[in-house]
Design a protein. Structure first.
Ligand code: ADP
Ligand code: ZN
Length: 520
């Protein structure tokens, strides 16, 4: 048995009332007690807090916890105090006097844990204050915020690199519930962790069924979905505040017990909506992504994404609010190309480097939505986990798509792009292929190219699906100009000129997919 782990087990029982550690907790704590740096990746609810709270109790000195979520600090500290562990927090919500009193306690050695916001940690004089104390451990919570690769980048977090420079001898534990592979690497580098062990707990939530449906007639599809889930609590995530309000109004008109939640509401209104949901007084919350952080409701049976999320991290966190109790739950995502375009426009508000990164993340999200193999595999792979087999609990596994030789279809589309000097965006390309006589087609003279009307036999919607597949397969590149014009690639030239064959996936129509969902 390694150093101190016996004390750690006793502390777990004495202060937290738990008989044993969860898988990984013991190894993590043992490493920390040996003064090693560690990176912990565990899904929400996995039990990350114990990983630093137990060492904080058994190690001599003070554990300093850096957390960006001021709203959650209070809860954490209160929970510790209830368990008999002396703890406090310091952040900008307190008066100078309040802060002074806590600093006195810290200096008197009366606390085991001190939660601080990154701003407070980096404020003038705070490092020299810490140097007067015996600090046992630094815990950096929500560590993905340090990385510009992450989806929740907070520039002030990057200054946490100063921790190792100022306190080289003190172990650092970084914790997060969401970090893709690049972000994981970035956390280690930025915090200058010394040969850290990385603990990646499984992110798999096998009880959540994953389904993606085309975005047409969303409202009808939602009521259809709800008709089979009478009274079951769930969340519908929408992109805009306005949409949460109008959707919840429409649901109420249709007899559903729904409300809405977004960051534009007063704190009081938000608390009211949240409590109603927690107490099962309301079945459905239509919300922006502001909803859910720190909400501990284990029986959420379903999560719907009314719009495509910006990235996979966000999507996975949001669907993870369903089925915490382990019982069968559903995640339903609506996907439309219009949403992608909308998100692209929204992202262009960022600075250039961030914009490009967010675009790549959005593309990954889009690829997930258009997946032709097990969706769970794609998700777990994204977080660095390999699944040995298909999950059997996603729409693709239940209804594997059939492929056919799509070379001719691809050639028609690629040839139209080539003959129009790569000036077409996706909808104009479909118009040209289908022989439309709309003004844009005529103005561009595209009715005179050889492939005009060559794809009349395929419907508009199907053309869009095939083109997305071609895009995902690398047969097109989307130029990030105003029009998102389609450009040919090396691969598309092989298909056009060298007889390379292309497989396309035959899409079930929306009705069949809905039926597949019903059979579940
Ligand atoms: P996270 O920070 O990863 O979201 P928490 O630390 O809040 O997760 O833990 C989630 C829940 O699991 C809490 O209610 C916590 O008390 C409980 N928990 C943590 N470790 C154990 C354990 N070893 N045995 C039983 N319950 C545990
Ligand atoms: Zn699957």
């Amino acid at each position: 048995m390694s150093l101190g782990i016996r004390e750690a087990r006793e502390a777990l029982k004495l202060y937290f009332g738990y008989e044993q550690f969860r898988p990984m907790q013991e190894q993590i704590i043992s490493d920390i007690l040996q003064q090693k740096d560690v990176l912990v990746l565990m899904p929400t609810g996995g039990g990350k807090s114990v990983c630093y709270q137990v060492p904080a109790v058994v190690m001599p000195g003070l554990c300093v916890v850096v957390s960006p979520l001021i709203a959650l600090m209070k809860d954490q500290v209160e929970a510790l105090l209830v368990n008999g562990i002396p703890a406090a927090y310091l952040n900008s919500s307190q008066t100078a006097d309040e802060q002074y009193k806590i600093e006195e306690k810290v200096l008197a050695g009366q606390l085991k844990l001190l939660y601080v916001s990154p701003e407070k940690l980096l404020s003038a004089g705070f490092f020299s204050f810490l140097k007067r104390l015996q600090v046992s451990l630094f815990a950096v919570d929500e560590a993905h915020c340090i990385s510009a690769w992450g989806h929740d980048f907070r520039p002030e977090y990057t200054q946490l690199r100063a921790l190792k420079q100022q306190f080289p001898a003190i172990p650092v534990v970084a914790l997060t519930a969401t970090a893709d592979k690049l972000t994981q690497k970035d956390i280690q580098e930025q915090l200058q962790l010394r040969q850290p062990k990385v603990f990646l707990s499984s992110f798999d939530r096998p009880n959540i069924n994953l389904t993606v449906l085309p975005g047409q007639n969303r409202f009808n599809k939602i009521t259809d979905f709800l008709s089979r889930r009478t009274g079951q609590p769930g969340i519908i995530y929408c992109l805009s505040r306005k949409a949460t309000e109008s959707l919840s109004a429409k649901l109420r008109e249709n007899g559903y017990n729904a409300t809405f939640y977004h960051a534009g509401m007063s704190a009081q209104q938000r608390a009211k909506a949240q409590e109603a949901f927690l107490r099962d007084d309301v079945q459905i919350v239509c919300a922006t992504i502001a909803f859910g952080m720190g909400i501990d409701k284990s029986n959420v049976r379903w999560v719907i994404h009314y719009n495509l999320p910006k990235n996979i991290e966000g999507y996975y966190q949001e669907i993870g609010r369903a089925g915490r109790d382990g019982a069968k739950s559903d995640a339903l995502l609506f996907y439309s190309f219009a949403d992608v375009m909308n998100l692209r426009t929204m992202l262009s508000d960022n600075d250039k480097a961030q914009n490009e990164l967010q675009l790549v993340k959005l593309e990954r999200m889009q690829q997930f939505a258009e997946a032709t193999f097990c969706r769970r595999r794609i998700l777990l792979q994204y977080f660095g986990e390999q699944m040995g087999k298909d999950c059997g609990n996603c729409d693709i596994c239940r209804n594997p798509p059939s492929c056919f030789d799509g070379t001719l279809i691809a050639q028609k589309a690629l040839s139209a792009v080539a003959r129009s000097q790569e000036k077409l965006n996706m909808s104009l390309l479909v118009d040209v292929l289908r022989g439309s006589r709309n003004s844009q087609v005529l103005a561009g003279g595209y009715d005179r190219i050889k492939t005009y009307g060559a794809g009349r036999d395929i419907g508009t919607l199907d053309w869009h699906r095939y083109l997305h597949q071609m895009l995902n397969a690398g047969l097109f590149e989307l130029a990030y100009d105003q029009n998102y014009t389609l450009k040919l690639t090396a691969l598309s030239k092989q298909v056009l000129f060298d007889g390379r064959k292309i497989e396309l996936v035959k899409f079930e129509d929306a009705k069949q997919q809905t039926e597949a969902l019903q059979k579940e």
